[in-house]
Design a binder for this molecule. Sequence first.
Ligand SMILES: NC(=O)c1ccc[n+]([C@@H]2O[C@H](COP(=O)([O-])OP(=O)(O)OC[C@H]3O[C@@H](n4cnc5c(N)ncnc54)[C@H](O)[C@@H]3O)[C@@H](O)[C@H]2O)c1
Ligand SMILES: [Zn+2]
Length: 366
Amino acid sequence: MASDGNKRVRVKLGERSYEILIGRGLIEQAATHFTVAKLGKRGIIIADTTVEPLYADKLVAALEDGGFSVKVLTIPAGELSKSLRQANRLLEKLPSLGLDRHSFVVGLGGGVAGDLAGFVAGTYLRGLPFVQVPTTLLAQVDSSVGGKTGVNLPQGKNLVGVFHQPRLVLADTGTLQTLPVRELRAGFAEAIKTGAIYDAKFFSWLEKNYRRVLRREPAELVETVRRCCEIKAAVVGADEREGGLRAILNFGHTIGHALEALADFTGLLHGEAVAIGMNCAARLSARHAGLPVVEAQRIVKLCKASGLPVVVGAGYNLPALYEAMRLDKKAVGGRLRFVLLKRLGKAVISDAITDADIEEVVHECR
Ligand SMILES: NC(=O)c1ccc[n+]([C@@H]2O[C@H](COP(=O)([O-])OP(=O)(O)OC[C@H]3O[C@@H](n4cnc5c(N)ncnc54)[C@H](O)[C@@H]3O)[C@@H](O)[C@H]2O)c1
Ligand SMILES: [Zn+2]
């Protein structure tokens, strides 16, 4: 615990190391933390149309009080904004704003604003300092940490992007009080994933405390975000560019991303698609990686208890689903690469899953 009551997690990446601060009221303290992180005096904030009226004024006021000069650029709320079109629209606004290489870009909001703002920050002038101020549970436990940024193409998720680490992450858990409950649950799916792949003890803690987290009890929210960030920092610190270990973060995502792409990024939230994908991946793990059936069932049970979907809707065209999986970046040489669990807390990567294996579990999960 830091002396100011915030929790701190350090992402260790040599000279690109950075701090994640977690706690209530961090937006109000932004200027202090920006100064400590040695950010320039001028920057832009990218927020969506829902988050902008809730938190942008507060962040602007806090930064201006500390002598920073910032301008807010707004994008429509929703996954469809993670597009080259929006990236282009934002980038074309930047030359007239007098930014230089020391100016910063802030992604204020959920994973959509964060991934898009990171992409803009990573590409404009070949890279500007970037700050994440995540305001969804999903963004606080997962997407704001690790430096993956990018946009979707109509054919698939995150097909265009760059690695660009933030200089600072301010996870103000107070912002989660205004998050719609469906979004809160979707973020919780990534927390379940994090426990499942890396830390059986944390998984048990989530089983015990999920009601408190979903009731937004402040201490349980902070603990969930802290432990997820600690785990993600350890994984990313060991493998920044996904040569090996980092791939375990994709548990549930091979099928999840395909479901999202087929729903044209509108029907299912990312976390909901991941919950369905984890249900399928847990079953595959029980059959092909030795995961005890009771442990596979605990994953599905926790998702269900948290109000997450776990079945592949009857409306999906299965051949199209398999096609979408092959387009996903996680396919290597046309062969699907699956993250499976040997047991709760221990993930393995498998190239041995056949189309027939997938069809079997997808049928079971319908
Ligand atoms: N870069 C990564 O490593 C990584 C990891 C996981 C997920 N992602 C990406 O993250 C995206 C999903 O992120 P998300 O679930 O945060 O979606 P999102 O950014 O669309 O946010 C969800 C909704 O909540 C609203 N919102 C945000 N904060 C709010 C608040 N405090 N109060 C009220 N409303 C609020 C937003 O306006 C939006 O409508 C996906 O595109 C996914 O691919 C990226
Ligand atoms: Zn995810």
